[in-house]
Design a binder for this molecule. Sequence first.
Ligand code: SF4
Length: 509
Amino acid sequence: MSFTPLTATVEPDEQTHAPQRTYEVRTFGCQMNVHDSERIAGLLEDAGYADAAGGQADVVVFNTCAVRENADNKLYGNLGMLASVKDARPGMQIAVGGCLAQKDRETILRKAPWVDAVFGTHNIGALPALLERARHNDEAQLEILESLDVFPSTLPTKRDSVYSGWVSISVGCNNTCTFCIVPSLRGKEKDRRPGEILAEIEALVADGAIEVTLLGQNVNSYGVEFGDRGAFAKLLRACGDIEGLERVRFTSPHPAAFTDDVIDAMAETPNVAPQLHMPLQSGSDRVLKAMRRSYRSEKFLGILDRVRARMPHASISTDIIVGFPGETEEDFQETLRVVEQSRFATAFTFQYSKRPGTPAADLPDQLPKAVVQERYERLTELQDRICGEENAAQIGRQVEVLVTAQQGRKAHETHRLSGRARDQRLVHFSVPDGAEQPRPGDLVIVAVTQAAPFHLIADPQAADYRLRRSRAGDAWDRAQADSCGAPAPGSGTGVSLGMPSLPLRTAST
Ligand code: SF4
């Protein structure tokens, strides 16, 4: 589980001279939640709150996840720690939103009666009013809607990064994977109209972004709600016409709904990145059936073959669950076979554990932890080897790196900067002596000189280093100047945008 405080400066209220109330958003879970937190921050700033910039906030909002194991214990642990802080700070408020709030509702107020507001996944926009009402009535407020109130993308947003942005194309999911709680908490799929999506992307690009990631629980079913099954491929092609947009990514597709028109659109639209996150979940057809995932391993491998036929250098990543109820050693061997054949650039591997409220939680044959652990270790050993081999094959290739503000753990020793290649591989690179330093948001072209399973290294000679200063780098400079000392958007307090970077993701799609 990852947690992302969003932070900024406190400014006085000009009319009353009272200090502005400050906020902090703590985010748990998947990219959807990270993006929702950008909206929560935008809403609060629109309502007059200022970012707490790492200080103790007047309002702390938890944007929760119900997918991770022990999510509730972790939330109540965090809330418990804040109870005494709140006691010592009159006027402080605590709000809980997101999937766990949608699921647990009153339970949160019963277990943590010092919480002031509980809101769900369908009514993020109500948060400022709930906080205000809780303060006015001196009483906790609970508001959960069963279906979407306002499409979240119409709410104000405080973006975490100036060079990359998330753009929701749909919310909810019509599938019923037996391990997943998402459909019961996020509801049926609702699609946004293409014109609205493209307008949001154009606005982001006008602000300096050069990369967007289209977000949906199942992007391939985009358009089903308004009767156009080809809508996702058309949307990718339309992104290709947006001047200044250099990289388009999306997450996540679903193998059952993945069609060749999307592969064609990816291959024929130059700014669509050569990268695909395609969740496998299991290589066993028997387990896929029990998971209620309607593709089979041969179909999955066929998609990968067709993607690579059109985009030979595409990097393909996946999600895999080990130890689903009833998984036999033979089933697991099938997963190893498909993983060996798939040559994933990276894989997010999960040990199955029960999620209350999901059909799989009630299945017989839940596997002992030791069995799941042992299979998990065999799988990660195999995938780590493949990651290493696939990255080693990159040595000598020239890659274009979008420089990010986040640096590697060893950056203070190596003095390397970091960024993402077009295929989303993480690259740590050094700037040759005397060469111009890039800014976050700029692009450099370097040749890969070393590889490790989870990153590439480029230590170029001056002649092999090319810097392209970009509009995103200019936007970074402007954000730095505007922030008056507070961390700039994307400066490392947030998540790195683009494909999965959160260490623990939801097992979804
Ligand atoms: S795993 Fe993905 S496709 Fe399946 S129900 Fe959950 S969100 Fe939908």
